[in-house]
Design a protein around this ligand. Structure first.
Ligand code: DGI
Ligand code: FE
Ligand code: FE
Length: 186
């Protein structure tokens, strides 16, 4: 690993609000716990978790430029809420800024908000750690926390279901990757 957990946390810190940084530290701890349990590379899990919300407060127009200009970023992101952009855009910003080149970590950061069709174990762990870290208070999160102790896929399915239901009830759009992720767990 070219970057340590501490280096990754120090890198993101000035880009985040204090409460968001605290969330990030909790996601790191949660991701390490899940990585140990499900036999995923702990170093990758803690770096991906430390970096996952790096672009959370980036200017919307700056993120839009990245989506337009980097051909690896799916253009359909522009048709959906900008809240979804910080994962995929953040991953490629980090590639450029700190030379992040670990494809597994880039994938996990990219897909942490929406999930995607083919999720690796690391993708699932970062997605789930973000959802169940102890500071989260979503309806149904306790059931997902409990399930995460025994069944990674089922816990992801529950988290995706809750997110889809929440978005539909609010009358918001759902990015197709969220459905693709959900369907893959059925
Ligand atoms: O960045 P965090 O707050 O830690 O968590 P996150 O990256 O999961 O972002 C959560 C936000 O993204 C929340 O407002 C719900 C929204 N979201 C998640 N999936 C989708 C979504 N919004 C839309 N429109 N479509 C989705 O599929
Ligand atoms: Fe996020
Ligand atoms: Fe997060």
């Amino acid at each position: 690993m070219e970057i340590s957990r501490e280096q990754a946390l120090q890198y993101v810190k000035p880009h985040l609000k204090a409460s968001r940084f605290d969330h990030t530290v909790r996601v790191v701890d949660q991701a390490v716990e899940l990585a140990k349990q499900y036999k995923v590379d702990i170093d990758k899990a803690e770096v991906a978790a430390a970096l996952h919300d790096y672009a959370k407060y980036k200017d919307v127009d700056e993120m839009k430029r990245w989506i337009v200009q980097d051909r690896r970023l799916p253009k359909d992101l522009l048709d959906y809420h900008h809240e979804l952009w910080h994962g995929p855009v953040g991953a490629f910003m980090l590639e450029k800024e700190i030379g992040l080149d670990d494809v597994d970590i880039i994938s996990a950061i990219s897909s942490h908000t929406t999930g995607k069709k083919h999720m690796s174990k690391l993708d699932k762990i970062i997605f789930l750690a973000d959802y169940i870290e102890p500071g989260r208070d979503f309806p149904g999160v306790d059931e997902v926390r409990q399930k995460a102790e025994s069944d990674l896929d089922e816990a992801c399915r529950m988290a995706l279901k809750n997110t889809i239901v929440f978005l539909v009830e609010k009358g918001r759009t759902v990015y197709p990757d969220t459905f693709h992720a959900y369907n893959a767990f059925i």
